[in-house]
Design a protein around this ligand. Structure first.
Ligand SMILES: Nc1nc2c(ncn2[C@@H]2O[C@H](COP(=O)(O)OP(=O)(O)O)[C@@H](O)[C@H]2O)c(=O)[nH]1
Ligand SMILES: [Mg+2]
Length: 317
């Protein structure tokens, strides 16, 4: 028996040397709004794929970001913040979208920031990720803002409940702690072939990337509730040898909102267009011609059919 055991160990132990094995899998980046989920994805990828703003619920779609390393491919899903802030159709859609990201992943990043404290909503979220039954990484972001002692105090009640693979203290802003997190994530992935070729950064269609880069400017430049009343849709996109030509429409829910986006003498919309175009050129590394119009689609955010047309509906399986 001992003899067989030794032989088995030898054969098993030798396997990784002879077969080049690859690890791959999907990871959902889950958490409340504004904890820095999108910033974390961008920090991991080393490029700004997902839009970021100080306002809650800037992210409206599950954004796939592919990170390749030697011997591994990690496919991250950045999600809208889980927060039942209102009974609006948009909020319901955002929460459902975040939940949908938890299907078919190999691991979950449960992201909190230093302001986190256990509350009823966190209780709900803990129960949800426990049900997913996949390895959980507790990620405490924004550690650049505070002391070692406090970060551990903030993390403790979450770590106790989540039984995570590990607790990782990171700063998406400075990059601190991101590499150890990624390394540990690779270790938790199953053996498997890559899902995407090594040149793929995302599966988002260019139309959506263009619309989101415009929408980011709305979140950065408009006050209060206005960005939540603006749906941005790329209505036409053509790629020629000269670059990309995109026609984008910002749909607002009321006539009065139109003027607020256009601004006095068209100044605000001109700035939005200018900055968004520059960001697009940087991201796509191509020449970009961008046309933006603002239209009223009365109460679009209360009408399921129109939201669906704008891509703001969770597809039911
Ligand atoms: N100081 C600091 N701010 C951060 C960090 N990560 C994100 N932020 C800021 O937090 C806000 C929300 O970030 P975002 O990535 O949009 O959060 P999300 O809603 O969870 O995706 C933005 O203003 C970010 O600049 C960090 O590590 N440190
Ligand atoms: Mg986000």
């Amino acid at each position: 028996m001992v003899y067989i055991g030794i032989v088995a160990m030898f054969v098993w132990g030798a396997k990784p040397l002879t077969i080049l094995h690859m690890k791959s899998g999907f990871v959902s980046i889950f958490g409340k709004p504004s904890v820095g989920k999108s910033s974390l994805l961008n920090a991991i990828l080393g490029t700004k794929l997902s839009i970021v703003s100080p306002k809650q619920q800037t992210t409206w779609y599950n954004i796939l970001g592919v990170h390749n390393r030697r011997g591994a491919q990690l496919c991250f899903v950045d999600t809208p913040g889980y927060h039942k802030v209102s009974k609006s159709k948009l909020n319901k859609y955002l929460v459902e979208t975040a939940l949908k990201s938890l299907e078919d992943v190999e691991a979950v990043y449960f992201v909190i920031d230093l302001a986190a404290s256990m509350d009823a909503e966190y209780e709900e979220m803990l129960a949800i990720v426990a049900k997913v039954g996949k390895p959980i990484f507790l990620v405490v972001n924004k550690v650049d803002l505070d002391t070692q002692h406090r970060r551990e105090m903030v993390a403790a009640p979450f770590a106790e409940r989540l039984h995570p693979v590990g607790t990782f203290y990171v700063s998406a802003a400075t990059g601190e702690g991101v590499r150890p997190l990624v390394r540990a994530t690779v270790d938790a992935m199953p053996d498997g072939e890559p899902y995407f070729d090594d040149k793929t950064l995302t599966s988002q269609p260019v139309e959506l990337i263009v619309a989101d880069i415009v929408r980011e400017q709305l979140f950065l430049r408009l006050q209060e509730e206005l960005p939540y009343s603006a749906a941005v849709v790329t209505e036409d996109l053509s790629e020629t040898v000269k670059g990309i030509k995109a026609e984008v429409v910002i749909y607002v829910a009321k006539e009065s909102q139109k003027g607020m986006i256009i601004g006095r003498g068209g100044e605000l919309i001109a700035t939005i267009k200018d900055i968004a175009r520059k960001n697009l050129v940087r991201f796509l590394d191509e020449r970009v011609e961008l046309d933006i119009r603002v239209k009223v689609e009365q109460n679009w955010n209360r009408k399921q059919q129109i939201m669906k047309r704008f891509g703001l509906a969770v597809s039911k399986r």
